[in-house]
Ligand binder design. Structure first.
Ligand code: NAP
Length: 316
Protein backbone atom coordinates (compact mmCIF):
# COMPACT_ATOMS: atom_id res chain seq x y z
CA UNK A 1 0.00 0.00 0.00
CA UNK A 2 1.29 3.47 -0.84
CA UNK A 3 1.18 6.44 1.60
CA UNK A 4 -1.56 9.08 1.28
CA UNK A 5 -0.73 11.59 -1.47
CA UNK A 6 2.06 9.35 -2.72
CA UNK A 7 2.06 7.26 -5.88
CA UNK A 8 4.49 5.03 -7.72
CA UNK A 9 3.46 6.65 -11.00
CA UNK A 10 2.14 10.20 -11.36
CA UNK A 11 0.73 10.84 -14.80
CA UNK A 12 0.31 14.48 -15.78
CA UNK A 13 -2.39 14.90 -18.40
CA UNK A 14 -5.43 12.85 -19.39
CA UNK A 15 -5.24 12.76 -23.17
CA UNK A 16 -4.51 9.68 -25.26
CA UNK A 17 -0.93 9.50 -23.92
CA UNK A 18 -1.77 9.89 -20.23
CA UNK A 19 -4.73 7.52 -20.27
CA UNK A 20 -2.88 4.81 -22.17
CA UNK A 21 -0.01 5.11 -19.70
CA UNK A 22 -2.61 4.79 -16.93
CA UNK A 23 -4.16 1.64 -18.45
CA UNK A 24 -0.74 -0.04 -18.65
CA UNK A 25 0.49 1.16 -15.24
CA UNK A 26 -2.72 0.15 -13.47
CA UNK A 27 -2.72 -3.31 -15.09
CA UNK A 28 0.85 -3.61 -13.74
CA UNK A 29 -0.65 -2.96 -10.26
CA UNK A 30 1.25 0.30 -9.89
CA UNK A 31 -1.85 2.26 -8.76
CA UNK A 32 -1.13 5.30 -10.94
CA UNK A 33 -2.66 8.71 -10.31
CA UNK A 34 -3.66 10.84 -13.30
CA UNK A 35 -3.68 14.60 -12.69
CA UNK A 36 -5.99 16.36 -15.10
CA UNK A 37 -7.23 19.90 -15.60
CA UNK A 38 -10.78 21.15 -15.73
CA UNK A 39 -11.32 19.70 -19.22
CA UNK A 40 -10.13 16.11 -18.95
CA UNK A 41 -9.47 14.13 -22.10
CA UNK A 42 -7.05 16.38 -23.96
CA UNK A 43 -7.37 17.56 -27.52
CA UNK A 44 -9.63 14.70 -28.62
CA UNK A 45 -12.42 16.15 -26.50
CA UNK A 46 -12.56 19.15 -28.84
CA UNK A 47 -12.66 17.16 -32.06
CA UNK A 48 -15.63 15.48 -33.70
CA UNK A 49 -15.25 12.22 -35.62
CA UNK A 50 -11.99 10.36 -35.16
CA UNK A 51 -11.74 8.22 -38.28
CA UNK A 52 -8.15 7.04 -38.01
CA UNK A 53 -7.91 5.43 -34.57
CA UNK A 54 -7.52 1.72 -35.32
CA UNK A 55 -10.33 -0.52 -34.11
CA UNK A 56 -13.22 1.80 -34.98
CA UNK A 57 -14.30 0.86 -38.47
CA UNK A 58 -16.92 3.61 -38.66
CA UNK A 59 -15.00 6.16 -36.56
CA UNK A 60 -15.76 7.30 -33.04
CA UNK A 61 -16.46 10.74 -31.55
CA UNK A 62 -13.34 12.14 -29.85
CA UNK A 63 -15.03 12.81 -26.46
CA UNK A 64 -16.50 9.30 -26.40
CA UNK A 65 -13.11 7.73 -27.13
CA UNK A 66 -11.61 9.59 -24.16
CA UNK A 67 -14.49 8.63 -21.85
CA UNK A 68 -14.02 4.98 -22.76
CA UNK A 69 -10.26 5.21 -22.19
CA UNK A 70 -10.84 6.85 -18.80
CA UNK A 71 -13.24 4.09 -17.70
CA UNK A 72 -10.79 1.47 -18.97
CA UNK A 73 -8.00 3.01 -16.86
CA UNK A 74 -10.26 3.34 -13.78
CA UNK A 75 -11.35 -0.29 -14.10
CA UNK A 76 -7.81 -1.39 -13.25
CA UNK A 77 -7.39 1.01 -10.33
CA UNK A 78 -6.25 4.31 -11.83
CA UNK A 79 -7.13 7.28 -9.64
CA UNK A 80 -8.11 10.53 -11.38
CA UNK A 81 -7.32 13.76 -9.52
CA UNK A 82 -8.70 17.04 -10.82
CA UNK A 83 -6.07 19.73 -10.31
CA UNK A 84 -3.37 21.42 -12.32
CA UNK A 85 0.22 20.71 -11.40
CA UNK A 86 1.63 24.19 -11.02
CA UNK A 87 5.23 23.42 -9.96
CA UNK A 88 7.43 20.34 -9.80
CA UNK A 89 10.57 19.18 -8.01
CA UNK A 90 11.71 16.36 -10.25
CA UNK A 91 15.31 15.90 -9.12
CA UNK A 92 14.35 15.04 -5.53
CA UNK A 93 13.54 11.52 -4.38
CA UNK A 94 10.60 11.03 -4.28
CA UNK A 95 9.61 13.67 -6.81
CA UNK A 96 7.30 16.44 -5.57
CA UNK A 97 4.24 17.86 -7.35
CA UNK A 98 2.63 21.10 -6.16
CA UNK A 99 -1.00 21.38 -7.24
CA UNK A 100 -2.99 24.55 -7.85
CA UNK A 101 -5.45 23.60 -5.08
CA UNK A 102 -2.61 24.00 -2.57
CA UNK A 103 -2.00 20.28 -2.00
CA UNK A 104 1.24 18.43 -2.57
CA UNK A 105 1.85 14.93 -3.91
CA UNK A 106 4.97 12.81 -4.07
CA UNK A 107 5.77 10.24 -6.74
CA UNK A 108 8.48 7.69 -7.47
CA UNK A 109 8.13 8.25 -11.20
CA UNK A 110 6.46 10.97 -13.27
CA UNK A 111 5.05 10.65 -16.79
CA UNK A 112 4.53 14.03 -18.46
CA UNK A 113 1.69 13.79 -20.98
CA UNK A 114 0.38 17.34 -20.91
CA UNK A 115 -0.05 17.66 -24.67
CA UNK A 116 -0.17 20.85 -26.65
CA UNK A 117 -2.52 23.84 -26.99
CA UNK A 118 -3.71 25.81 -29.99
CA UNK A 119 -1.18 28.28 -31.38
CA UNK A 120 -2.40 31.86 -31.79
CA UNK A 121 -1.27 34.59 -34.18
CA UNK A 122 -0.09 36.74 -31.30
CA UNK A 123 -2.07 39.86 -32.25
CA UNK A 124 -3.46 42.17 -29.57
CA UNK A 125 -6.79 42.43 -31.45
CA UNK A 126 -6.94 38.63 -31.61
CA UNK A 127 -6.73 38.20 -27.83
CA UNK A 128 -9.10 41.16 -27.26
CA UNK A 129 -11.76 39.52 -29.47
CA UNK A 130 -11.17 35.92 -28.36
CA UNK A 131 -14.66 34.62 -27.52
CA UNK A 132 -16.21 37.63 -29.31
CA UNK A 133 -15.88 36.28 -32.83
CA UNK A 134 -12.36 34.84 -32.59
CA UNK A 135 -12.00 31.16 -31.72
CA UNK A 136 -9.40 28.39 -31.77
CA UNK A 137 -11.96 25.61 -31.42
CA UNK A 138 -14.40 24.97 -34.26
CA UNK A 139 -16.12 22.13 -32.43
CA UNK A 140 -16.73 24.30 -29.38
CA UNK A 141 -17.90 27.45 -31.14
CA UNK A 142 -19.07 26.49 -34.64
CA UNK A 143 -22.74 26.56 -33.68
CA UNK A 144 -22.52 30.29 -32.79
CA UNK A 145 -21.69 31.07 -36.42
CA UNK A 146 -24.82 29.60 -38.00
CA UNK A 147 -25.54 31.39 -41.33
CA UNK A 148 -22.53 33.68 -40.89
CA UNK A 149 -19.53 34.33 -43.11
CA UNK A 150 -16.33 33.22 -41.43
CA UNK A 151 -12.63 32.70 -42.13
CA UNK A 152 -10.27 29.91 -41.06
CA UNK A 153 -6.54 30.57 -40.93
CA UNK A 154 -4.09 27.74 -41.67
CA UNK A 155 -3.10 25.23 -44.33
CA UNK A 156 -2.72 21.94 -42.40
CA UNK A 157 -5.10 19.08 -41.66
CA UNK A 158 -6.64 21.03 -38.77
CA UNK A 159 -7.56 23.95 -41.03
CA UNK A 160 -9.17 21.58 -43.57
CA UNK A 161 -11.01 19.68 -40.86
CA UNK A 162 -12.25 22.82 -39.13
CA UNK A 163 -13.31 24.50 -42.39
CA UNK A 164 -15.27 21.40 -43.43
CA UNK A 165 -16.88 21.14 -40.00
CA UNK A 166 -17.71 24.87 -39.88
CA UNK A 167 -19.33 24.70 -43.32
CA UNK A 168 -22.16 22.75 -41.65
CA UNK A 169 -23.12 25.95 -39.82
CA UNK A 170 -21.69 28.95 -41.66
CA UNK A 171 -23.07 30.36 -44.91
CA UNK A 172 -19.53 30.74 -46.29
CA UNK A 173 -16.12 29.65 -45.10
CA UNK A 174 -12.91 31.17 -46.48
CA UNK A 175 -9.60 29.50 -45.72
CA UNK A 176 -6.81 32.08 -45.56
CA UNK A 177 -3.35 30.64 -46.04
CA UNK A 178 0.03 32.35 -46.08
CA UNK A 179 1.41 30.30 -48.99
CA UNK A 180 0.11 29.03 -52.34
CA UNK A 181 -0.22 25.38 -51.35
CA UNK A 182 -1.54 23.43 -48.37
CA UNK A 183 0.47 21.05 -46.25
CA UNK A 184 -2.67 19.10 -45.37
CA UNK A 185 -3.09 15.49 -46.52
CA UNK A 186 -4.61 14.99 -49.96
CA UNK A 187 -7.90 13.53 -48.72
CA UNK A 188 -8.50 16.39 -46.26
CA UNK A 189 -7.63 19.01 -48.91
CA UNK A 190 -10.02 17.46 -51.40
CA UNK A 191 -12.82 17.36 -48.86
CA UNK A 192 -12.40 21.09 -48.20
CA UNK A 193 -11.68 22.23 -51.76
CA UNK A 194 -14.64 20.33 -53.21
CA UNK A 195 -17.06 21.75 -50.65
CA UNK A 196 -19.47 24.25 -52.27
CA UNK A 197 -19.38 26.60 -49.25
CA UNK A 198 -15.56 26.71 -48.90
CA UNK A 199 -13.29 29.16 -50.73
CA UNK A 200 -9.55 29.78 -50.41
CA UNK A 201 -7.52 32.99 -50.30
CA UNK A 202 -3.85 32.19 -50.97
CA UNK A 203 -0.69 34.09 -49.97
CA UNK A 204 -2.25 36.25 -47.28
CA UNK A 205 -1.53 36.65 -43.60
CA UNK A 206 -3.85 38.17 -41.02
CA UNK A 207 -2.21 41.23 -39.46
CA UNK A 208 -5.20 42.54 -37.48
CA UNK A 209 -8.71 41.54 -36.44
CA UNK A 210 -11.22 44.38 -36.87
CA UNK A 211 -14.34 44.78 -34.75
CA UNK A 212 -15.21 45.25 -31.09
CA UNK A 213 -16.71 43.23 -28.29
CA UNK A 214 -20.19 44.63 -28.98
CA UNK A 215 -20.34 44.10 -32.73
CA UNK A 216 -17.99 41.12 -32.80
CA UNK A 217 -15.55 40.60 -35.64
CA UNK A 218 -16.32 42.67 -38.75
CA UNK A 219 -13.23 42.05 -40.91
CA UNK A 220 -9.65 40.82 -40.92
CA UNK A 221 -6.79 42.94 -42.26
CA UNK A 222 -4.67 40.96 -44.67
CA UNK A 223 -1.16 41.44 -45.99
CA UNK A 224 -0.23 39.77 -49.26
CA UNK A 225 2.89 37.68 -48.59
CA UNK A 226 4.09 38.17 -52.21
CA UNK A 227 3.25 41.81 -52.97
CA UNK A 228 2.89 43.17 -49.38
CA UNK A 229 -0.41 44.77 -50.45
CA UNK A 230 -2.79 45.38 -47.52
CA UNK A 231 -6.56 44.81 -47.76
CA UNK A 232 -9.53 44.29 -45.45
CA UNK A 233 -11.61 41.13 -45.81
CA UNK A 234 -15.13 41.42 -44.33
CA UNK A 235 -16.04 38.49 -42.07
CA UNK A 236 -18.10 37.74 -38.98
CA UNK A 237 -15.77 35.22 -37.40
CA UNK A 238 -12.13 34.13 -37.31
CA UNK A 239 -11.06 30.56 -36.52
CA UNK A 240 -7.41 29.79 -35.93
CA UNK A 241 -6.06 26.42 -37.02
CA UNK A 242 -2.32 27.10 -37.21
CA UNK A 243 -0.90 24.31 -35.12
CA UNK A 244 -0.07 23.86 -31.47
CA UNK A 245 2.46 24.67 -28.76
CA UNK A 246 3.50 22.08 -26.15
CA UNK A 247 2.22 22.58 -22.58
CA UNK A 248 5.43 22.72 -20.57
CA UNK A 249 5.18 26.06 -18.72
CA UNK A 250 4.77 24.44 -15.28
CA UNK A 251 8.06 22.56 -15.71
CA UNK A 252 10.26 25.66 -15.69
CA UNK A 253 13.74 24.72 -16.91
CA UNK A 254 13.82 21.30 -15.27
CA UNK A 255 13.59 19.21 -18.46
CA UNK A 256 15.42 19.60 -21.75
CA UNK A 257 13.35 21.14 -24.57
CA UNK A 258 14.05 21.54 -28.28
CA UNK A 259 14.00 24.89 -30.11
CA UNK A 260 10.17 24.75 -30.41
CA UNK A 261 9.65 23.94 -26.73
CA UNK A 262 8.92 20.20 -27.11
CA UNK A 263 10.37 17.90 -24.45
CA UNK A 264 13.42 15.94 -25.52
CA UNK A 265 13.54 12.19 -24.84
CA UNK A 266 16.26 9.64 -25.44
CA UNK A 267 15.55 8.26 -28.95
CA UNK A 268 13.50 5.07 -28.96
CA UNK A 269 12.42 5.55 -25.32
CA UNK A 270 10.34 8.01 -23.29
CA UNK A 271 13.20 8.78 -20.87
CA UNK A 272 13.96 12.45 -20.21
CA UNK A 273 17.29 13.63 -18.86
CA UNK A 274 16.01 13.20 -15.26
CA UNK A 275 15.95 9.57 -14.05
CA UNK A 276 12.41 8.38 -13.33
CA UNK A 277 10.80 11.13 -15.42
CA UNK A 278 9.26 10.17 -18.75
CA UNK A 279 7.46 12.11 -21.48
CA UNK A 280 4.75 10.87 -23.84
CA UNK A 281 2.36 12.21 -26.45
CA UNK A 282 2.27 15.60 -28.15
CA UNK A 283 4.31 17.34 -25.44
CA UNK A 284 7.33 15.45 -26.80
CA UNK A 285 6.23 14.92 -30.39
CA UNK A 286 6.68 17.69 -32.91
CA UNK A 287 6.44 15.35 -35.87
CA UNK A 288 3.52 12.90 -35.74
CA UNK A 289 1.06 14.38 -33.20
CA UNK A 290 -1.61 11.73 -33.71
CA UNK A 291 -3.91 10.16 -31.13
CA UNK A 292 -2.50 6.73 -31.94
CA UNK A 293 1.14 7.84 -31.62
CA UNK A 294 0.30 9.56 -28.32
CA UNK A 295 -1.32 6.32 -27.12
CA UNK A 296 1.74 4.38 -28.31
CA UNK A 297 4.24 6.55 -26.46
CA UNK A 298 1.93 6.54 -23.41
CA UNK A 299 2.24 2.74 -23.38
CA UNK A 300 6.04 3.04 -23.75
CA UNK A 301 6.21 5.51 -20.85
CA UNK A 302 4.30 3.17 -18.53
CA UNK A 303 6.61 0.27 -19.45
CA UNK A 304 9.70 2.50 -19.02
CA UNK A 305 8.39 3.64 -15.60
CA UNK A 306 7.65 0.06 -14.54
CA UNK A 307 11.19 -1.05 -15.48
CA UNK A 308 12.67 1.92 -13.62
CA UNK A 309 10.66 1.13 -10.47
CA UNK A 310 11.71 -2.52 -10.59
CA UNK A 311 15.37 -1.59 -11.13
CA UNK A 312 15.22 0.72 -8.11
CA UNK A 313 13.33 -1.75 -5.91
CA UNK A 314 10.38 0.63 -5.56
CA UNK A 315 7.47 -1.70 -6.36
CA UNK A 316 5.44 -3.13 -3.48
P1 NAP B 1 0.30 21.91 -38.91
O1 NAP B 1 0.31 20.69 -39.76
O2 NAP B 1 1.54 22.32 -38.20
O3 NAP B 1 -0.17 23.10 -39.83
C1 NAP B 1 -0.23 24.42 -39.34
C2 NAP B 1 -0.64 25.33 -40.51
O4 NAP B 1 -0.78 26.65 -39.99
C3 NAP B 1 0.38 25.37 -41.64
O5 NAP B 1 -0.28 25.38 -42.87
C4 NAP B 1 1.13 26.67 -41.36
O6 NAP B 1 1.55 27.31 -42.54
C5 NAP B 1 0.06 27.54 -40.72
N1 NAP B 1 0.64 28.49 -39.78
C6 NAP B 1 1.47 28.24 -38.72
N2 NAP B 1 1.75 29.38 -38.06
C7 NAP B 1 1.10 30.37 -38.71
C8 NAP B 1 1.02 31.77 -38.54
N3 NAP B 1 1.64 32.38 -37.52
N4 NAP B 1 0.27 32.47 -39.41
C9 NAP B 1 -0.37 31.85 -40.43
N5 NAP B 1 -0.33 30.55 -40.67
C10 NAP B 1 0.40 29.81 -39.81
O7 NAP B 1 -0.81 21.83 -37.76
P2 NAP B 1 -2.23 21.09 -37.78
O8 NAP B 1 -2.98 21.35 -39.00
O9 NAP B 1 -2.82 21.49 -36.47
O10 NAP B 1 -1.86 19.55 -37.72
C11 NAP B 1 -0.99 19.04 -36.71
C12 NAP B 1 -0.87 17.53 -36.87
O11 NAP B 1 -2.11 16.90 -36.55
C13 NAP B 1 -0.49 17.10 -38.26
O12 NAP B 1 0.38 16.00 -38.18
C14 NAP B 1 -1.80 16.70 -38.85
O13 NAP B 1 -1.65 15.72 -39.87
C15 NAP B 1 -2.54 16.13 -37.67
N6 NAP B 1 -4.00 16.25 -37.83
C16 NAP B 1 -4.65 15.19 -38.38
C17 NAP B 1 -6.02 15.25 -38.56
C18 NAP B 1 -6.72 14.07 -39.17
O14 NAP B 1 -6.07 13.25 -39.79
N7 NAP B 1 -8.02 13.92 -38.98
C19 NAP B 1 -6.74 16.39 -38.19
C20 NAP B 1 -6.04 17.46 -37.64
C21 NAP B 1 -4.67 17.37 -37.47
P3 NAP B 1 2.73 26.71 -43.46
O15 NAP B 1 2.12 25.56 -44.17
O16 NAP B 1 3.08 27.84 -44.34
O17 NAP B 1 3.83 26.33 -42.52
Amino acid sequence: MTQPNHTHVAILGSGAAGLTAAIYASRARLEPVVFHGHQPGGQLTITTDVENFPGFEHGIMGPELMQVMTRQAERFGTRMVQAYVSRVELESSPKVLHLDDGSTWTADTVIVGTGASARLLGLESESHLMGYGVSACATCDGFFFTDKKIVVVGGGDSAMEEATFLAKFASEVTIIHRRDSFRASQIMQERALNHPKIKVVWNKEVTEVLGDREAGVTAVRLRDTVTSEVSDFPTEGLFLAIGHVPNTGFLGDTLEKDESGYLVVEPGTTRTRIPGVFAAGDVADKKYRQAITAAGTGCMAALDAEHWLTEHGLTD
